[in-house]
Design a protein around this ligand. Structure first.
Ligand code: SAM
Length: 422
């Protein structure tokens, strides 16, 4: 594809393929805001609300131990100096982690180089700070805390009122829209937005923008089996899992509760997979102990063999990495492990999807703490089964058209504070 076509496609989709590694699909830059905006007709995601951390003036940046994205620059410099002057012997686990890093390093460097050499992208990045009007409201504490509300004795009594805009049908013609309001139990019940455009939800004086054809279940892990479909051909073709891994950094932030890693062995991933096959994507942290647990126990227990690793490389709006690539405990990237369920990869012939082949790098400017870029567009060619695919995110904090989102706060980023009217 010519650069102009690629740029036009980027403007429309938020996905820009770079060929820094010599392959056309190995390196991709994503603008999640553009991508998410494709989901809405009457609303748009406000860039400065999505990227609130990247555009905070330096004095407002919270000092939080451990996260390279939020630690103050002076503190970061000191820490770097300390790490440089006092080299520490690595233990056996750390040596394995370092070896993995060294293996990934050339791919990551080459991906980043292709970004900084692309003047069109850099120009786009520099213009991302639009729509400042909403920045101050994001994270102000006035949003509903679904994690707390869901554990209250009142949880079974909370209802969300959803306003669907439906067209009047006069004969064969569609007339003007009328609003239809329906209330649903907010917790422990599957709610589907069956509409041709986004609906608006209201709960405790807050408004939520709910994409068309999205579906969510807000429950605790104890009720995750409520997701299992009645028949296996109603299963999912793309299963994205972003667990609340136990991790010092998250604990310190108290952003959300974590789960003991072994609980994940009870996620009913096999029962969620479509009979025609599913692509499973698991976000992991860079801790070697976790990686070993995932590769040796968790993925085999879910029936996933030989996972492929993708990297999410985080950049700042000026195109530089959010931190030193080689800083041991604070890598500026996260890993996703991908593999198939119910797909015989040896026998795969004449099917309508591509098999994963080798590592890829996804680059973007990160949004709120732990918020991941949307993946469906990036992965569509690798998803087995019928089209459009049925997709589910486990431990989700937002909704997408055609997806089921499950977790204890799937409406978190649907608060109207993240949106403005078109
Ligand atoms: N993928 C999300 C995103 O991009 O914004 C981030 C998910 S975050 C890593 C993990 C999520 O799991 C948090 O929303 C957290 O509240 C949720 N979680 C933690 N404990 C849970 C539990 N016991 N049951 C259900 N969800 C839980």
């Amino acid at each position: 594809m010519e650069i102009c076509d690629e740029l036009r496609s980027f403007e429309a989709t938020g996905v820009y393929r770079l060929d820094g590694t010599g392959t056309s699909t190995g390196v991709t830059f994503v603008d999640p805001v553009r991508l998410l905006n494709g989901y809405y007709q009457r609303f748009r995601v406000v860039p400065s609300a999505y990227y609130s951390r990247s555009f905070e003036p330096p004095r407002q940046v919270q000092v939080e131990v451990g996260d390279p994205e939020t630690v103050q620059p002076e503190k970061r410099r000191k820490r770097k100096r300390n790490q440089k002057t006092k080299p520490k012997e690595l233990n056996a686990m750390e040596r394995i982690a370092e070896a993995r890093h060294q293996e990934a390093r050339p791919l990551l460097l080459s991906a980043h180089e292709s970004l900084v050499n692309d003047k069109y992208l850099l120009e786009h990045l520099s213009k991302m700070n639009e729509g400042k009007e909403h920045t101050l409201d994001v994270g102000s504490g006035s949003e509903n805390n679904f994690i707390e509300l869901g554990t209250s004795w009142r949880a079974p009594f909370y209802e969300i009122t959803i306003c669907f805009r439906k067209p009047h049908v006069v004969g064969d013609e569609e007339g003007p829209f009328h609003a239809q309001r329906t209330s649903f139990p907010l917790f422990n019940s599957i709610i589907s937005v069956e509409a041709i455009e986004e609906a608006e939800g209201e709960f405790q004086n807050r408004h939520y923008i709910l994409p068309r054809e999205s579906c969510f279940l807000m429950t605790d892990f104890k009720r995750v089996r409520d997701l299992i479909p009645g028949s296996s051909d109603e299963g999912y073709n793309l299963i994205v899992v972003d667990p609340p891994w136990e991790n010092g950094c998250v604990r310190q932030k108290e952003a959300y509760p974590t789960l003991p890693n072994r609980y994940l062995l009870y996620l009913p991933v096999q029962e969620l997979a479509h009979t025609a096959g599913a692509l499973l994507v698991l976000w992991i942290t860079n801790r070697e102990k976790l990686r070993m647990f995932v590769e040796k126990e968790l993925l085999p227990s879910w029936g996933v063999k030989d996972p492929t690793v993708f990297y999410w490389l985080k950049v700042k709006p000026d195109g530089s990495l959010i931190g030193d690539l080689d800083l041991f405990h604070h890598r500026p990237y996260e890993c996703l492990l991908l593999g198939y369920i119910n797909v015989n990869t040896d026998a795969k012939r004449e099917s309508n999807f591509k098999l994963l082949e080798g590592s890829q790098v996804i680059m973007s400017v990160p949004g709120a703490h732990s918020r991941k870029p949307p993946l469906e567009k990036l992965l569509s060619e690798y998803i087995p089964g019928p089209k459009p695919p049925r997709c589910i995110e486990l431990f989700a904090r937002e909704l997408c058209p055609g997806w089921t989102s499950w977790g204890n706060e799937p409406l978190h980023f649907q608060d109207s504070v993240y949106f403005s009217q078109k």
